[in-house]
Design a protein around this ligand. Structure first.
Ligand SMILES: Nc1ncnc2c1ncn2[C@@H]1O[C@H](COP(=O)(O)OP(=O)(O)OP(=O)(O)O)[C@@H](O)[C@H]1O
Length: 253
C-alpha cells in the first residue's frame, strides 16, 4: 500500500500534509501519535469513508480513487473503487456489529452477500474464525448478549471472514476495560502470528504494538516524524516529540 503526496484538510485544519509512505504486502505497521494527528483519517481514507484532497493511495499497485489510463491517473469508476476497497476491512473502536443478527450471521453476511460465497462454505469458515477468537460457543447469541470484549472478537472474526489483503485496526481496545482489552490483544497477537494479512494499526497499547509490528510510524501535526522498527522507536526514539509522546502514554497492554 502506498500513500503518495496525500493531503487532507477539514476547513482550515490541515490534518495530513503531503504524506508519503508505503507498507509492504504482509507487513504490520502501527501508527502512533498524539490525538488529532491524523491516524484515523488515514484508515478512513483506505475504507473510502474520507477522501483525500490531493495525492494518491494504492493497494498492491491498484489505485483507490484513481485508475491508470496509459501514463495518466484518472478518476476511477465506482466499480473500480469498490473492487479495490473490497480487499480492505476494518475493525472499529466501537465494534459496529449488526445488532439484529446473530453472531455467526454477523460473520457470514459479507462473504455471502458481497462476495457471493455459498452459505455452507461461509458458515464453515465463520465457525472456524469464531473458534479462533474463542467464541465457538456463541454462534447463536445476539451481540447484545455479549460483553464488549466478546463483541470486539466477533468484529475481528467478521473482518477476517472476507479474506482481506489489508486489515485496519483502529484503537480496537480503547473502549474496553484493561483486563478485557488484554484478552482481545492476545487474540490479535495470535492472528498476527498465524496470517500474512497486511495490517495497519492505530493503538495506544504500546507493548502490543512492540510485539506485533514490523514498523512503527510516529505522526505529529500531519506528518510522519519518525519511521522505525519497534525496537528502535521505543528504545531509542530520535525525535524529542516522540520521546515526550511516549512518556505521556499510559500503557496497559
Ligand atoms: N469529518 C470531520 N470533520 C471535521 N474535522 C474532522 C473530521 N474528521 C476528523 N477531523 C479532524 O481531523 C483531525 C485528525 O483526526 P483523526 O481522528 O484522524 O486523529 P487521530 O490521530 O486518529 O486522533 P485520536 O488519537 O484522538 O483518534 C482532528 O483534528 C479531527 O478533529
Amino acid at each position: 500500500m502506498t500513500f503518495d503526496g496525500v493531503h487532507k484538510s477539514f476547513g482550515k485544519n490541515v490534518v495530513l500534509d503531503d504524506l508519503h509512505f508505503s507498507v509492504g504486502a504482509g507487513e504490520r505497521v502501527t501508527l502512533i501519535g498524539p490525538s488529532g494527528s491524523g491516524k484515523t483519517t488515514i484508515l478512513r481514507m483506505l475504507m473510502t469513508l474520507t477522501r483525500p484532497d490531493r495525492g494518491t493511495i494504492s493497494v498492491d499497485g491498484d489505485y483507490l480513487y484513481h485508475e491508470k489510463s496509459g501514463d495518466q491517473l484518472v478518476p476511477a469508476s465506482e466499480a473500480h473503487i469498490r473492487k479495490v476497497r473490497s480487499r480492505i476491512t476494518m475493525v472499529f473502536q466501537h465494534f459496529n456489529l449488526f445488532p439484529n443478527m446473530k453472531v455467526l450471521r454477523n460473520v457470514t453476511e459479507a462473504p455471502i452477500h458481497v462476495l457471493g460465497t455459498p452459505k455452507d462454505e461461509a458458515e464453515a469458515k465463520g465457525k472456524e474464525l469464531l473458534e479462533l477468537v474463542g467464541l465457538g460457543d456463541k454462534l447463536n447469541a445476539h451481540p447484545s448478549q455479549l460483553s464488549g470484549g466478546q463483541q470486539q472478537r466477533v468484529a475481528i472474526a467478521r473482518a477476517l471472514a472476507v479474506d482481506p489483503d489489508v486489515l485496519l485496526l483502529d484503537e480496537v481496545t480503547s473502549a474496553l476495560d484493561p483486563e478485557i482489552a488484554a484478552e482481545v490483544l492476545d487474540v490479535l497477537r495470535d492472528i498476527a502470528k498465524s496470517t500474512d494479512v497486511t495490517m495497519l494499526l492505530v493503538t495506544h497499547a504500546m507493548k502490543f504494538a512492540r510485539d506485533v509490528s514490523h514498523r512503527v510510524l510516529m505522526f505529529n501535526e500531519g506528518k510522519i516524524i519518525e519511521d522505525a522498527s519497534p525496537e528502535q522507536l521505543f528504545n531509542e526514539p530520535e525525535h524529542d516529540r516522540t520521546k515526550s509522546f511516549l512518556r505521556s502514554v499510559i500503557d496497559e497492554s
